[in-house]
Ligand binder design. Structure first.
Ligand SMILES: Cc1cc2nc3c(=O)[nH]c(=O)nc-3n(C[C@H](O)[C@H](O)[C@H](O)COP(=O)(O)OP(=O)(O)OC[C@H]3O[C@@H](n4cnc5c(N)ncnc54)[C@H](O)[C@@H]3O)c2cc1C
Length: 404
C-alpha cells in the first residue's frame, strides 16, 4: 500500500486522511487526471468505514436532503449535494460491483453486508489510478510557502516534509480515538485564522445519574418503540435502556439536538391514545389490571417497572380520572433529563467543526486561504443517523476533487 511518488514535485494536492472524504477525493481526482497523495496516520485506510453500520456500512440514505443536517448554515450542504447526489453514490458503487439494499428509513447497505467491500473499491481504484496512500503517516503540521503548502509528517519515527500547491483536510471529527480520530482539522483551521464552531459529541448515548438511575438500570436490555421529541424535532425509532442510561437509534438522533441541562420527552405509544385504549378494554373486561394492559403493549418487565409511577395493580374499573391523567402524561409525555453523554468514544459523529462561513459551499475551499480545502466531518455539517454522514463525506470528496 505505501508507495513513493516517482516525482514528488508533481503533486496537485496532498489529501490528509484516508477516510470516506479523502478516499473519494483521491479517486475522483484520479478520474480527472490529477495527481494526489493521501497521507493516513492509521496502518489501514477507511478505519471508520470498516466499523460503520455494525461492520455493514450504511453508505447513503435515499431520503437525503439538507433537512437531515445540522449546521450553522442549513443551506451550506445544498451545493455539494447538488453536485454529488444519492444516485451518484449508488451508481458509483454499482459500477464497482456493490449493489445496495434498503434496510429501513431509506438506509442503504451493500447487499453483501460487508463494509470492507466499500473500502476495497477505493483501495483498488487508488491503485489503478496511481493515487498513492501513505499509511502510518501522521501529519504534524502544515505551513504556507510561495508555491502552496509544506506538510510535515512523521513516518516510522522519521520527520519528513512534502509540498504541494493544494491541501485537503479530510481528517474527520473527534469521535473514537482508537479509529484514528484527531483534532488536527480543527487545529489547522484555527492556525489559519478560520472560525471553528464548538465541537460536541453527537449521535451519542445519554447518561442518567442520581435517584433515577436504578429505575433505568433495572430495564437494561429492554427496547421500546417511541417518539422522542423536544421543542425542535421529533424522531420515531427504538430506544434502548442500559445500566447507565439510554441508547438506541431514537436516543442517538435526539442527542444531536440536546444540550447539557435540557430535557426531552418520550411518547411511548406514539400511534395510539392510552386513555382511549383503557376505556375500550374497560368495557370488555373491567376487572383486568392496568398491569395486564401495559404488559400487552410492552415487555412484562417494562410494564412492572411502570409500577414506580402508576397504580398498576388497580383494575381498570377502579381507575380514577386523576389516575387516567397520570397514565396519559406518563405514557405520552415521559420526561427525560440526561446527566450527560457517553463522550467521543461512543459518539458516531462530531457536531460543530470548521465554520461554514469560512468555506465556499461550491468548492469547499477556505475563502481566506486559497488552496486549503476542508471536507467531511471536519466541517460544521452534521447528519442524522442513517447513512447521511457518509453521503456528506462522499459529496465533499467529489466537490473538492473538481477544484484541486
Ligand atoms: C462506530 C461508527 C459507526 C458509524 N456508522 C456510520 C454509518 O453506518 N453511516 C454513516 O453515514 N456514518 C456512519 N458513521 C459516521 C462516519 O463514519 C463519519 O461521519 C465519516 O467517516 C466521516 O468521514 P471523514 O472522511 O470526514 O472522516 P473519517 O472517515 O473519520 O476519516 C478521517 C481520517 O483521517 C485520519 N487522520 C486524522 N488525523 C490525521 C493526521 N494528523 N494525519 C494523518 N491522518 C489523520 C484518520 O485516521 C482517519 O482515517 C459512523 C461513525 C462511527 C464512529
Amino acid at each position: 500500500m505505501t508507495a513513493n511518488l516517482v516525482n514528488p514535485t508533481h503533486i496537485d494536492a496532498i489529501i490528509i486522511g484516508a477516510g470516506a472524504c479523502g478516499l473519494m477525493c483521491a479517486v475522483q481526482a484520479g478520474f480527472l487526471g490529477k495527481q494526489t497523495l493521501v497521507l493516513e496516520k492509521n496502518d489501514r485506510p477507511g478505519a471508520k468505514i470498516l466499523v460503520s453500520g455494525g461492520g455493514r456500512c450504511n453508505y447513503t440514505n435515499l431520503n437525503t436532503s439538507a433537512q437531515q443536517f445540522i449546521s450553522g448554515n442549513p443551506h451550506f450542504c445544498k451545493s455539494a449535494f447538488a453536485q454529488w447526489t444519492v444516485e451518484d453514490t449508488i451508481g458509483f458503487f454499482e459500477t464497482y460491483g456493490i449493489e445496495g439494499q434498503e434496510k429501513t428509513l431509506g438506509q442503504l447497505f451493500p447487499t453483501t453486508n460487508k463494509a470492507k467491500d466499500i473500502v476495497d473499491v477505493f483501495v483498488n481504484l487508488c491503485h489503478d489510478l496511481d493515487q498513492p496512500i501513505w499509511l502510518n503517516t501522521n501529519v504534524k503540521a502544515i505551513e504556507r510557502d510561495v508555491n502552496g503548502f509544506v506538510v510535515t509528517y512523521e513516518q516510522h519515527g522519521k520527520i519528513t516534509q512534502v509540498a504541494a500547491p493544494k491541501v485537503v483536510i479530510a481528517t474527520g471529527g473527534l469521535p473514537v480515538h482508537k479509529l484514528g480520530a484527531t483534532d488536527f482539522g480543527l487545529r489547522i483551521a484555527r492556525q489559519f485564522g478560520l472560525q471553528v464552531v464548538k465541537p460536541t459529541p453527537a449521535l451519542v448515548p445519554l447518561t442518567i445519574t442520581g435517584k433515577d438511575l436504578p429505575w433505568y438500570g433495572q430495564l437494561s436490555g429492554n427496547s421500546i418503540f417511541c417518539r422522542v421529541w423536544n421543542d425542535d424535532i421529533s424522531f420515531e425509532e427504538n430506544i434502548l435502556f442500559t445500566h447507565w442510561g439510554l441508547s438506541g437509534p431514537a436516543i442517538l438522533q435526539i442527542s444531536s439536538y440536546w444540550q447539557a441541562g435540557q430535557e426531552f420527552y418520550l411518547d411511548m405509544l406514539p400511534h395510539q391514545d392510552i386513555v382511549e385504549l383503557i376505556s375500550q378494554e374497560r368495557n370488555i373486561n373491567p376487572k383486568k389490571t392496568l398491569l395486564n394492559v401495559l404488559a400487552g403493549l410492552y415487555t412484562r418487565k417494562f410494564a412492572e417497572a411502570l409500577a414506580n409511577y402508576l397504580p398498576v395493580t388497580k383494575n381498570l374499573a377502579s381507575l380514577s380520572k386523576a389516575d387516567l391523567e397520570d397514565i396519559n402524561q406518563l405514557i405520552h409525555q415521559f420526561k427525560v433529563k440526561p446527566a450527560g453523554d457517553k463522550g467521543y468514544d461512543k459518539a458516531e459523529v462530531m457536531r460543530g467543526g470548521v465554520s461554514t462561513d469560512e468555506l465556499s459551499s461550491k468548492t469547499l475551499e477556505a475563502k481566506k486561504e486559497p488552496g486549503l480545502f476542508f471536507g467531511g466531518e471536519s466541517v460544521d455539517v452534521t447528519g442524522w443517523l442513517g447513512g447521511y454522514n457518509f453521503q456528506w463525506a462522499w459529496a465533499c470528496g467529489f466537490v473538492i476533487a473538481q477544484n484541486i
